[in-house]
Every structure is written in C-alpha cells, then in structure tokens.
Design a protein around this ligand. Structure first.
Ligand SMILES: Cc1ncc(COP(=O)(O)O)c(C=O)c1O
Length: 394
C-alpha cells in the first residue's frame, strides 16, 4: 500500500476519480498503547468498527490480541490472526454460528441475554462426552445509556429479577461466568460506566453467584466537530473505582471492548467535489458509503479543503450531498470550509475510522475506494496530548 506524508502530498501526483480511504495505522497503534497501559484489565478490540488489515496490524502490534466479533464472517476473518482470543459477544447468534464457533474455531466465550439463547449455546456446543465444560458465558445486562450518540439498551440486555434468574441458570453450565453491558457508542461523559457498574453490583448481590469476569463493553468516545468528550482518563478513573467496589474476588477478569476509541482517528476519507450549488456541495461519497453516520445520525466530522493558498480564507458552513440518487443521501453538517470551494476540489473528511468503511455499501454502483496510508497526524486526537507529554518527559 502506498504511503504519503499527507493527503495534500498524495494529491500532488494523483487526481483520484473514486473516494480514497486514507488509513493512519500509527494513530490506531497509539490509541491501543494508551488503552493497554491505562485500562485496569484486558483490552479486546470490537472488530466491527474497522477491519482494515493495516489498522488491525497496528492494534495487534501494540499488544491487542483479543477481539470481540459479532458474526461468523467476522470470526472467520479474525481467526486468521495468530494467537488471538475471540469473544463472540453478539447476544443473538444463529445455531450454525454457535456450532461452528465452538467446534471449528475453538471459541469458548459467548454473550447471551435470554434463557433461549443459553439453551441454544448449551445444545450447539454439546460434545460426544456431554455438555461442554469449558464455556465462558457473559450475561448481557441492560444499563441506561446517558450521553451516548448511539444507545444500544433497547435492543439488547436483561435486567432486574429476570437477569438474576438468568445468571443463576448460566452459572450452572458455565466454567467462567461473566457479566457484560454496553453504555452505548460515543458516550461522551464517564457517568454511564458508574451506573453500569452499580447495576452489575446489584445484580451480583441479588443473584448470589460467583462471578469470574466483568466486561464493560465499548462506548468510549472519539472527538468530532460537534462532540468534545471528557478525557479518556476520567473514564478510567470511574471504572477503576466501580470495579474496586464489586463483590468479586481479585481473580475476577476485567475486560473492555472498545471499537470507536481505538480506530476513529485512524482513518480519513478523501472526496472530490463534483458540483457546487450555493452552499451545497455534491461529493463522490455519502450516506450509503463511509459517511453513513454523517447522513443518518448527523455526525459532524472534521473537514479540510485540500488546496494550497486557502489557509487564511474565511470559512463558511456547507451542506454535503452524496453521489446516489436518494434524497436521504445528505450530510447536513454544517461543515466549515473556505468559501472558494469549487467543483474539482478535494476534501479530507477526518476521524471516520470507526464505522466509516465498515458501514459502506454499493448502492447505485458506488462503494469502491482507493486506499492509501498517511503518515501525518489525524485531524483531531484524544491521545496526541498524552503522546506529547510522554515525549517531553523523555
Ligand atoms: C458487544 C459490543 N462490544 C463493543 C462494541 C464497540 O462499541 P464502541 O465502538 O462504541 O466502542 C459494540 C458496538 O456496537 C458492541 O455491540
């Protein structure tokens, strides 16, 4: 894969006709190093956020060898990484997926949030000698999503008396019993983790079970133009405090599964302006492509006009339209760009490494990308200050 100093230096020699996914593996590596160093437990990467081999390689190189997979297809891919430990954390899995995961791929770790799913797991992992004796089963608990851009609580999770009953039943068949929750993606303040850990605490007491592992899920934030989260260290502080109070032994594993926070700043998109109509720009990728979150959820990603000589020009708010024929293929922004932006210009759209490439489809014949590696810094970072501090102390 070709490497360039920056998006601008890439455009000095090339005028791409299709959008370009520009990965910054060093940024993924830095985020992974931060989590491995600061999280009080094990770090598993949520594979769904971005499965670029360059980013996975950077995460792995930085010490992340556990991955949370959501489907058989992800599992098949992730299983090719040497020495990985995979967690199948989707609470609803097909029987085929459970069977193949356990018998073919050696997966022992599964999430569930109903008795039906527990029964499925027990049935499909049956061996010639009887029920599997090595299952690591995580009961997914529903916790309130506060300050989250993408709450997940309505879809998955169990709570109250039903959860306590499921914990007791799961304990009977699990070698390792765990509890897990997800506070919702892009959670900008740490208090959701306080509430999540309090819920877990209450449930452990109510069920009266011995717990071997706590998985606090993902949800850690990244920076966007319309979202300035609390520092990640404040998340770690409340997680440490909450975990310390749990009625579990010192051998209890603590795991997190960040997706967004590890890769968001590690990929940009370079798009071309194919038409300008007033303050509306028609670009060559959109809501059916890597800009799904901008179109469907209103995320405002950072933007930069890739033309020299515009640095001092006043900025003006623009709206973006994607290339398909659909009227919902619209990114309202506002995206602030120099007022002279025109047809033929290229724009870097930053920090969409999480769920950008992962969500892109091929509607209207789009969905093809060139790929490059960039060596410069991401447009926004949750980690750059930390790196600077480290370097200045060295
Ligand atoms: C079970 C599970 N773990 C981890 C993640 C990653 O979440 P995030 O990208 O918000 O860190 C998700 C995202 O949907 C998830 O469903």
């Amino acid at each position: 894969m070709e490497r360039f100093r920056s998006a601008l230096s890439f455009l000095e020699t090339r005028k791409p006709d299709i959008p370009v996914l520009a990965a910054r593996p060093h940024a993924a590596g830095r985020a992974a190093r931060w989590f491995v160093k600061n999280f009080p437990g094990e770090v598993a990467y949520a594979y769904k956020a971005n499965s670029s081999v360059f980013l996975i390689g950077a995460l792995y190189g930085a010490g992340i060898t556990q991955f949370d997979v959501a489907s058989l297809a992800e599992l098949e891919d992730a299983a090719t990484i040497p020495g990985v430990r995979l967690h199948f954390m989707h609470p609803v899995k097909s029987r085929t997926a459970i069977r193949r995961a356990y018998h073919e791929f050696g997966i022992r770790c599964f999430a569930l949030d109903t008795e039906d799913e527990l029964d499925k797991i027990v049935e499909e992992t049956m061996t010639a000698e009887g029920p599997a004796k090595d299952l690591e089963l995580f009961v997914r608990v529903s916790v309130p999503a506060k300050n989250s851009r993408i709450p997940l609580e309505r879809k998955f999770g169990i709570s109250g008396a039903k959860a306590a009953k499921l914990l007791v039943k799961t304990r009977l068949v699990a070698d390792e019993l765990g509890l897990t929750f997800h506070v919702g993606s892009q959670t900008t303040m740490p208090d959701s983790y306080v509430t999540g850990l309090e819920e877990i605490h209450k449930l452990i007491v109510k069920a009266g079970v011995v717990v071997d592992a706590i998985d606090i899920g993902g949800g850690f934030p990244s920076r966007y133009t319309d979202s300035e989260p609390a520092p990640l260290s404040s998340f770690i502080d409340v997680i440490k405090a909450g975990v310390d109070k749990l009625p579990v032994t010192e051998h209890c594993r603590v795991i997190c599964e960040p997706g967004r926070a590890l890769v968001a700043e590690a990929e940009s998109l370079i798009v071309r302006v194919d038409a300008r109509r007033g303050d509306e720009l028609f670009i060559n990728d959109g809501g059916y492509g890597a800009l799904f979150d901008a179109a469907m959820l209103g995320f405002v990603f950072p933007v930069k006009l890739l033309r020299t000589g515009v640095e001092t020009e006043p900025l003006k708010p623009f709206e973006l339209w994607g290339p398909t024929c659909d009227s919902i293929d619209r990114m309202k922004g506002p995206f602030l760009l120099p007022q002279s932006v025109r047809e033929g210009d290229y724009i870097e759209i930053g920090n969409l490494g999480a769920y950008g490439r992962a969500l892109s489809g091929g509607f209207n014949g789009y969905g093809r990308y060139e790929e490059i590696i960039l060596l410069d810094e991401p447009m926004y970072s949750m980690y750059a200050d930390d790196d600077e501090q480290r370097q200045s102390k060295a």
